[in-house]
Design a protein around this ligand. Structure first.
Ligand code: SER
Length: 355
């Protein structure tokens, strides 16, 4: 247990926001499975009992409420933060200012807390932040198709509030990591107490597919929705065209990659933001694979032009070479292997036990 400057003892903690979301579920079970007993998790809503059991403590807290976060974290020495709380792209278009508040103000609060705790203990606080393919934005479908795979720093002109928020927060993370309070009185050249106290690391997720949970409020949701509907024996109307193509990966791959980035030696990271993805199927190709495993599945394509436009503005493929070179990212599955080895076995079991 660490001693704070005020003399009281504080529990070391890995702090997770948005713990009740899809990524939170996967992250908490992986960390707890690895024997981490210092997980402190928060969400706006009550967490399920099974999640609570895997954490040292859980709290109801709003990432926008700085005072509440301060009161809560006064009990802990936060060593690592996984800041997952966010309003996803479709939902954000229904209430853009609310999304901005959660996605940006929430992130600034977390970065400030990390900076304060890092300074207080003289040790960098790791902030791991999921960004998204929504940070990109193509002007037209023709341009998207022509360009193909994109690196982290090109075509970043998002058309959604969520994408703008994620891209800006990537920059804020870089600012807190490298330039925070660069002109403050206590910043002495060559001996800067503010620099380096936030160790910000960011993965840009593609669409994620989990066998255990279903996303809410995203625009890449057509793939997980299609699969879960088939597994439940329900017909599915896909809201994008059959030829719509964006990158995806399975949830366990996303969690493993996130933890791999978190564990990488800081001096080996040449970037703040890393693309990760495993496969880039079209919606029609996914439907074909779904039908191989669930031959009764009824999948129709009835594009919603506005959600379609968002998907058309996202890249069809990500160049993940920086993640491969710097910290050894490798996709586990092709689309077919993902269905064969993870999605179908797990989802079938899940719906057998919870009809
Ligand atoms: N899954 C996110 C969304 O659809 C994109 O990263 O909003």
């Amino acid at each position: 247990m660490e001693q704070s400057t005020l003399g009281e003892r504080r529990q070391p903690a890995v702090f997770i926001t948005g713990a009740g979301g899809e990524v939170g579920h996967g992250l908490i079970s992986t960390l707890s499975g690895e024997g981490r007993s210092d997980i402190v998790a928060t969400d706006l809503r009550d967490l399920e009992q099974s999640l609570r059991e895997q954490c040292a403590s859980t709290y109801l807290a709003d990432v926008c409420d700085r005072d509440a976060l301060d009161r809560l974290l006064a009990m802990y020495q936060v060593k690592e933060i996984y800041h997952l709380a966010a309003v996803l792209s479709t939902r954000a278009e229904l209430a853009p200012e609310v999304a901005h508040q959660v996605n940006v103000t929430g992130t600034v609060n977390i970065l400030q807390i990390a900076a304060e705790q890092g300074r207080m203990y003289g040790e960098p606080v790791k902030v791991v932040f999921p960004s998204s393919i929504a940070a990109y934005g193509f002007g037209s479908l023709a341009q998207k198709t022509k360009v193909g795979a994109v690196t982290e720093y090109e075509y970043c002109k998002p058309s959604t509030m969520y994408g703008c928020n994620k891209l800006y927060c990537e920059h804020l993370g870089r600012y807190y990591a490298h330039s925070y309070r660069q002109l403050a009185q206590d910043s002495v050249q060559g001996d800067d107490k503010n620099r380096g106290v936030v160790d910000f690391r960011c993965v840009r997720y593609p669409g994620l597919i989990s066998a255990e949970t279903i996303p809410t409020g995203g625009t890449s949701d057509f793939v997980p929705e299609m699969l879960h509907a088939a597994a439940r024996g329900e017909a599915y109307k896909c809201f994008v065209r059959e030829d719509s193509r964006i990158p995806f990966m399975t949830m366990p791959e996303a969690i493993n990659a996130t933890l791999q980035l978190a564990a990488a030696p800081r001096n080996e990271l040449t970037q703040i933001v890393y693309n990760i993805a495993s496969f880039s199927p079209s919606a029609g190709e996914v439907a074909e694979v779904v039908k191989q495993y669930f031959p009764e599945a009824i999948i129709t394509f009835e594009p919603d032009q506005r959600r379609q436009a968002i998907v058309d503005s996202w890249p069809e493929e990500l160049d993940c070479s920086a993640a491969k070179d710097d910290w050894g990212f490798t996709p586990t599955y092709t689309l077919e292997q993902a269905f064969e080895e993870y999605l179908v076995p797990r989802i079938t079991k899940q719906y057998e036990s919870t009809p």
